[in-house]
Design a protein around this ligand. Structure first.
Ligand SMILES: [Fe+2]
Length: 238
């Protein structure tokens, strides 16, 4: 059912090989985390791993470095948009606007560096300084969220059972609809054909796309499980 509905919304995207399989995996992906903190932390660990793999690759193994570079760029882009659409509105609702704005500001810095990094080859002399600068900003972002913001948010979300899990699902679903890599030569391009186009898209326009997602279309929602099947609109600002 979910594939059918998405076919109406994203015909070009769904025409791509493997997308139906991705749709089938949605529910397992979005039920994996009991709290939004778990979901965010899992992303952070993945991003750190991608960075470690770039650094660990032999200098002459440019192909391996480029592969991990691409993973880092796209996953960080998806992570950033997922947080901006789902997590930061929750900060505003349950904590303070100042906290949300602080993290948005840190994201802006990350995005600038991400755009630079994605255009560089590992063999260029700017690559390592740019990567190091990016990872320094990323580590600051991770420390702020994991040490201060997320624990404070979880305290507030504890007022209702399943609230944090529901937020985690919204975050995962948002990320799921973002392409995992660039498709520069595909005639049937998804909404964002390059990471730069994606990062440059106004956040309101990005949000509009996600608001059209059939949020309740999951097996858990069909069974009426409380707190499940909520979309980004449950936590986003209109
Ligand atoms: Fe984060």
């Amino acid at each position: 059912m979910i594939t059918h509905r998405l076919r109406l919304l994203y015909p070009a995207l769904l025409a791509r090989p493997g997308f139906t399989l991705a749709a089938r995996r949605l529910t397992t992906q979005t039920t994996a985390f009991n709290t939004v903190t778990d979901a965010i932390k899992a992303d952070h660990r993945e991003l750190e791993r991608y960075y470690d793999n770039i650094v660990a690759a032999e200098p002459e193994d440019v192909d391996t470095k480029v592969r991990w570079q691409n993973m880092l760029v796209w996953e960080l882009a998806r992570h950033s948009v997922g947080e901006e659409l789902v997590l930061y509105p929750a900060f505003e609702d349950y904590l303070t606007r100042a906290i949300a704005d602080k993290d948005r500001s840190a994201h802006l810095d990350l995005k600038h560096k991400l755009k630079t990094l994605q255009s560089l080859y590992p063999s260029s002399k700017e690559f390592t300084p740019t990567l190091d600068s990016l990872i320094a900003s990323l580590r600051y972002h991770i420390a702020e969220e994991e040490t201060h913001d997320l624990p404070a948010l979880e305290d507030k979300l504890a007022i209702r059972e399943g609230l944090s899990r529901s937020l985690a699902r919204s975050f995962e679903r948002t990320k799921w609809l973002v392409p995992t890599r660039a498709h520069p030569s595909a005639p049937d391009r998804p909404p964002w054909e390059t990471v730069v186009a994606f990062l440059n898209a106004p956040i309101d326009r990005v949000r509009d796309v996600f608001l059209r997602f059939p949020a309740g279309d999951t097996p858990a929602a069909e069974k009426g499980v409380k707190g499940e099947g909520q979309g980004v609109e449950d936590f986003g600002r209109g």
